[in-house]
Design a binder for this molecule. Sequence first.
Ligand code: HAM
Length: 425
Amino acid sequence: MTKTSSFNAPKGIPDYVPPGSAEFVAVRDTLVRAARSAGYGHVELPIFEDTGLFARGVGESTDVVSKEMYTFADRGDRSVTLRPEGTAGVMRAVIEHGLDRGQLPVKLCYAGPFFRYERPQAGRYRQLQQVGVEAIGMDDPALDAEVIAIADAGFRALGLDGYRLEITSLGDDSCRPQYRELLQEFLFRLPLDEETRRRAELNPLRVLDDKRPEMREMTAAAPLMLDHLSESAKVHFDQVLGYLDAIGVVYTINPRMVRGLDYYTKTTFEFVHDGLGAQSGIGGGGRYDGLMAQLGGQPLSGIGFGLGVDRTMLALQAEGKTAADPARVDVFGVPLGEAATQRLVVLAARLRAAGVRVDLAYGGRGVKGAMKAADRSGAKYALVLGDRDIAENEIGLKDLATGDQRQIALDDAVGAVSEALAHDR
Ligand code: HAM
C-alpha cells in the first residue's frame, strides 16, 4: 500500500473505494430492493439527532447508549449524537410528520451509516452501514413474518446460504414484568460479582448473555422468557412461526437470545453467519411495543430490522462469492489521434444517453496503453477509432475477451453497440 497523504481515516472507520466499493453498492442495493418489493417507502433521516432521543429510545442501560455514543455539544451548546441505530430516528420522524395518522402500517426503509464507539476489530467498525426497515402501527404476526422474510430474501438474493435465522419472543407488558422478577429471584441467589449484580438489577436479561463459562454454567438453569409467555404473546409467536413455515423461511428458536437494544418486545430475531468469527450477526431486529409512546407518540407497535452491510460483505467473502458486477463499463473507447478523440468523446456521450456504460482512454497515451486500460476496465468491447476509420466512416468493435474485431458504421455505432451488448446478455 502506498501512502501519499499525511492523514488517515479515523480509527475503526472504513473507506469504500474501487474495486471493493462495487461490492458495497451491490450488497446495499440488493438488500434495499428486497424491502422495496414489499412496498417499503424510502426515508432519509439526519445523521445526528438530539441526544435525548437515543437515551430514551434505545435505553440508558444498553452499552450502545452508555458507552458507545458519539455525543458532542454543537456550537449552540445543544447535546447531539451521531445516530447509533435507525429505529429511534424513524420513530421520531413518523411522529413529527404525522405519518401514523394515515394508512397503517407505515412501511419505511432506510440505508446509511451509523456510529458506535466500539473497540474496532474484524467486522466491528465505528461507522457501520445498515439497510433497515420499520413497519409501524399494526400488531399482526403476518407482518412480523413479512419483515423476517424480506431480510431472508435479501440475503438469498446475494447468494448467501451459510447463515441461520435465530428467533425468540421477549414477551410483552402482560408477562415480561413477572418474568423479570422471576429471573431476578433466580439471579440474586447466585454468587454474582458486583458488576453482574448491578446488571441483574438494571437489566437481568443481559446477564443471560454473559459469555464467561462460569456464568454460562450458573445461568444454565435460569428461567426463560419463552416458558413464561402470556397466552396472547404465545399465540402471536406461534403464528409468526406458522407463517415462516408456510413461506419456507428456516429458523431455529434461541430462547436465550439477548439483543443489544432495550426496546424489543415479542418477536425478536437475529441472522447469524458462521464464517465470521466473533462478530457473527449479519442482521437483527424485532418488535417494539412501547417505543413510539415512549417518544411521545401514539401507543402503536412496530417491527423492523437492521442488516449490516459491512458484515454481509464479509459473509459473502467467507463463502467465496461476490455480488458485484466486476465490469466498470460495457465499452471502452480507444482513440488513435486527436480527430478520433473528438469523435469518440461525442460518441461516448451518445452511448451513455442510450444506457451503455462507457469510458475512454484519455491523455493521448498511444494504442498500447489505451488497450491495457480497456482490458483493465472489464469492458466487453473496445471501440477503436483511427484517422483512416474516420475517412471511411467506420469504427472497430473489438471483443476484448476473444480479440475478434469487426468494422461497424460510425454513424450507426450507438445502434450496433447496443445490439451487440443486448445479444450478449
Ligand atoms: P443491531 O443488532 O444493533 O440492530 O444492528 C443491526 C446490524 O448492524 C447487526 O446485526 C450488524 O450486522 C450490524 N452492526 C452493528 N454494529 C456493528 C458494528 N460495530 N460494525 C459492523 N456492523 C455492525 C439495530 O441497530 C436495530 N435498529 C435494528 C432494528 C430495526 N430493530 C428494529 N428495527
